[in-house]
Design a protein around this ligand. Structure first.
Ligand code: ASN
Length: 614
C-alpha cells in the first residue's frame, strides 16, 4: 500500500523525543493553587475533518497548525495555571502542541499532545494509505501514551474506525475516533464536547478497542455507520449498544467491551488489500454490470443484499457470475442493505447465494465488512480456506456470533463470561444468548443434585428456571422425579409450572406420581401452586386407575396412606374400583371396597405428616 500523508506535532518538536517511553507519569505534588492528580498521557492525532475547518473561498476546509493554539484558549480544554505552576513544558520537554485538561472528577490530569496529519483532509479524501499513516503513528507512540484520540471527518469515519479496528492487532489501550458536525471555532459547536469526553474516556478507562465517540455515546468503531448529515447525533450502531454513555456520569458498559484474549505485543498491520469493493444489488441489476465489477484484479467483494441476505434466485445469469467469481477465488461476503439485523438463511433466495460460494456476513456493517476483507486479503501468508474461515469469525467484535435476545445484566457471571471469552464474544446480547442456551442443562443438573444455590444463582442471572432441555424436560420435572421437596418448593415459588409437558407428554406432577412422591403431590395440591386442582385430581385419578389396572395394591395403599381419596375419576370418567372390576382384579376391588369412611378419615390425618419433607 502506498504511503501518503505525514504526521508531525503541531509545534516544531518531535513527539518521539518529547515523550520518551521511560518518562514517568506519577501523581504530582503541585504548587499552591493546584490540586494533586495522577497524570495520564493521551495522544491526539488530528487528521482533519469539520472539527478543525475554517471557511475558505471554496467552502469549509481544514486549517493546518491552528487547533492546538485555539484549544489552549478554551479553559475546559486547557488548564493554563496548572501547566505554569507545575512547569509542565519544561518538566516534560513538551511544546505548545501539548495541553492539559483541568482536573477530572476522578482526580486525573489528562495531558494531551496534538499531532497533525499533513495535509489535513476532508475525510472524503481519505484513502487506505491514510489509514496506514494513522496506524503507524499509533504504533510509534503506543508505549508513551495511555490512550489515543483521532480527530477525523465524519464522512468516512466509520470506514477508518473499522479499518483501524482490524489493523490494530493485540490492542490493549483505548483508541477513540471523534470529530464534529460544526467546526470547533464556531460559537455553538459539538466539537468541544466530543473532544473533551473522548479525552476523558481515553485517559481514564482502558477500553482496548478502536471506538468512535459522538454526541454522548461511545460506540465500537466497526459497528457504526453515519446516518445523519444535519444532526449532532450523526452516527448509529444499529446492532450493538454503545460501549459507554456520557450523561451525568460516564458509564461504561463493561460487559460489551471487547477484550482481545491475548498477551501478544501490540502491532499494526498496514498491508491492506485495495482490490476490494462494495456491490449493492438492486432490482434489474444487469449481468454485465456484475460481471464487470467482479473482474480481475478484484479479490474481495461485499455484496449488499436485500433483507436478511437475499438476492434473486430467478436470475441464473447473475448467480452464474457470482459462482464463476468464487470459483476464481474472489471472496464474496454477504451483508444486508438494512440498517439493522443480520444475514440469515431463512429464505431460499439467501440459500442460493451460499450455494454460489458467498460467505454470510451476519450483522456486519458494509464498512466493517469491506475493511475486514481488505485486512484479511492483505495477509498473503494465509490460505484461501483460512481467509474464508476468518471472514466468518468474530475478530474484533464486528459481528454478532449468536442470535440477539436481551433481558438482564450478566456482569457478575464469571462462569458465563469465561465461556464467552473462550468463544470470543463479549456483548451483552451474546452473553445472554449463551446463558439462555446453558440454563436448561445447568438448571436440570442442579435440580438433579439438589443444588439449591446453583438454581438461585441461575435465577439471579436472569435464567428462566422453567426452560426446557432437549427432551422438553424442565428442572421441575427432574426435581419431581428426585422427590426433592425443597427444590420443588423453590421452583414452584419461582413460577415453574407443574403442567409443562416433556416430549413424552409427562408433566412434573405425573413424574411425582410415577415415583410415588406423595409429599410433592401434597405440595402441588396446596392453594396457589396449581391453578387447576381439577387437572391434578384427574391426573391422580388416571394414575390410580393405572395401578388398579396393573393390580398394584401396594401402590394404591401408598396413595391411600398419603391421604388421597382413591375414589377418583380418571380423565375418561372411570374410577379405580370400576377398572378393577372390569379387568377382573378381584383382590384390588376387595381392597378398594374395604376402605371404610373411617380409614379415609385416618388417612386425612396422615396427609399432614406426609406433606412435610422427609
Ligand atoms: N466533510 C466532512 C469530513 O468528513 C464532514 C464532517 O467532518 N462533519 O471531513
Amino acid at each position: 500500500m502506498a504511503e501518503s500523508g505525514r504526521l508531525s506535532p503541531g509545534g516544531s518538536r518531535e513527539l518521539g523525543r518529547a515523550l520518551s517511553a521511560t518518562e514517568p507519569s506519577p501523581a504530582l505534588e503541585t504548587g499552591q493553587g493546584c490540586r494533586a492528580g495522577a497524570e495520564v498521557r493521551v495522544l491526539v492525532v488530528n487528521t482533519g475533518g469539520t472539527i478543525g475547518m475554517m471557511p475558505q473561498s471554496e467552502g469549509l476546509a481544514p486549517e493546518a497548525n491552528k487547533l492546538a493554539g485555539a484549544l489552549a484558549k478554551i479553559p475546559i480544554l486547557h488548564d493554563v495555571t496548572y501547566a505554569k505552576e507545575t512547569k509542565l513544558y519544561d518538566r516534560l520537554a513538551l511544546g505548545d502542541d501539548t495541553l492539559v485538561l483541568p482536573l477530572s472528577k476522578e482526580n486525573k490530569r489528562i495531558i494531551y499532545t496534538i499531532m497533525e496529519l499533513s495535509p489535513l483532509l476532508d475525510s472524503a479524501n481519505m484513502t487506505p494509505a491514510d489509514w496506514g499513516t494513522i496506524a503507524k503513528c499509533l504504533q510509534a507512540n503506543y508505549e508513551q501514551h495511555d490512550g489515543f484520540v483521532i480527530l477525523h471527518g465524519t464522512d468516512t469515519m466509520a470506514y477508518t474506525a473499522s479499518a483501524l479496528s482490524f489493523m490494530c492487532e493485540n490492542l490493549g489501550k483505548t483508541i477513540i475516533l471523534t470529530g464534529s458536525q460544526v467546526p470547533i471555532y464556531e460559537l455553538r459547536n459539538d466539537g468541544r464536547s466530543n473532544l473533551l469526553v473522548s479525552l476523558l474516556i481515553a485517559g481514564q478507562f482502558v477500553i482496548p478497542e478502536v471506538c468512535l465517540y459522538f454526541y454522548n455515546k461511545l460506540y465500537r468503531g466497526n459497528r457504526v455507520t453515519k446516518v445523519d448529515t444535519e444532526s449532532f447525533k450523526a452516527f448509529s450502531s444499529p446492532n450493538l449498544p454503545p460501549l459507554a454513555n456520557a450523561e451525568v456520569d460516564i458509564t461504561i458498559n463493561w460487559e460489551t467491551v471487547w477484550r482481545s484474549n491475548t498477551t501478544k505485543k501490540f502491532e499494526v498491520h498496514t498491508n491492506m488489500n485495495s482490490n476490494v469493493g462494495l456491490l449493492r444489488i438492486f432490482p434489474g441489476i444487469t449481468t454485465a454490470a456484475v460481471k464487470a465489477f467482479l473482474q480481475s484484479p478484484m479479490e474481495g467483494v461485499v455484496l449488499e443484499t436485500y433483507g436478511s441476505g437475499n438476492a434473486p434466485n430467478n436470475r441464473p445469469d447473475l448467480l452464474e457470475e457470482l459462482k464463476q467469481a468464487t470459483d476464481r477465488n474472489v471472496v464474496i461476503l454477504n451483508c444486508t442493505q438494512c440498517l439493522r439485523g443480520s444475514v440469515s438463511l431463512v429464505y431460499a433466495t439467501g440459500k442460493t447465494l451460499l450455494d454460489a460460494g458467498v460467505i454470510p456476513g451476519a450483522d456486519m456493517t458494509p464498512e466493517a465488512a469491506l475493511a475486514k476483507l481488505s485486512y484479511i486479503l492483505g495477509k498473503p501468508q494465509l490460505s484461501l480456506a483460512e481467509k474464508r474461515k476468518m471472514l466468518s469469525e468474530n475478530l474484533r467484535g464486528e459481528r454478532t456470533v449468536v442470535p440477539i435476545g436481551t433481558r438482564i445484566t450478566l456482569k457478575d457471571s464469571k462462569f458465563i463470561q469465561g465461556i464467552a471469552k473462550y468463544l470470543y464474544i463479549s456483548c451483552k446480547e451474546e452473553l445472554e444468548a449463551i446463558r439462555d442456551a446453558l440454563t436448561p442443562a445447568l438448571a436440570c443438573a442442579a435440580a438433579k443434585t439438589g443444588d439449591l444455590d446453583a438454581l438461585k444463582a441461575l435465577q439471579n442471572l436472569g435464567g428462566n428456571l422453567s426452560s426446557e432441555d432437549y427432551d422438553g424436560r424442565t428442572p421441575l420435572h427432574i426435581a419431581s422425579c428426585e422427590g426433592n421437596l425443597e427444590i420443588v418448593t423453590y421452583l414452584l415459588e419461582s413460577g415453574a409450572t407443574v403442567y409443562a409437558k416433556d416430549r413424552f407428554g409427562a408433566t412434573p406432577l405425573m413424574n411425582a406420581i410415577r415415583f410415588r412422591y406423595y409429599n410433592i403431590l401434597g405440595l402441588a395440591r396446596s392453594p396457589g401452586k396449581c391453578s387447576s386442582q381439577q387437572t391434578i385430581f384427574s391426573l391422580k385419578g388416571t394414575a390410580l386407575c393405572i395401578l388398579a389396572l396393573k393390580g398394584d395394591i401396594d401402590g394404591l395403599r401408598a396413595w391411600h396412606l398419603a391421604g388421597v381419596d382413591l375414589d377418583q375419576h380418571s380423565y375418561d370418567g372411570n374410577t379405580p374400583l370400576r377398572v378393577a372390576k372390569i379387568m377382573g382384579r378381584t383382590e384390588v376391588a376387595a381392597f378398594l371396597k374395604s376402605l371404610t369412611k373411617n380409614d379415609l378419615q385416618k388417612s386425612s390425618a396422615t396427609r399432614v405428616i406426609l406433606k412435610t419433607p422427609n
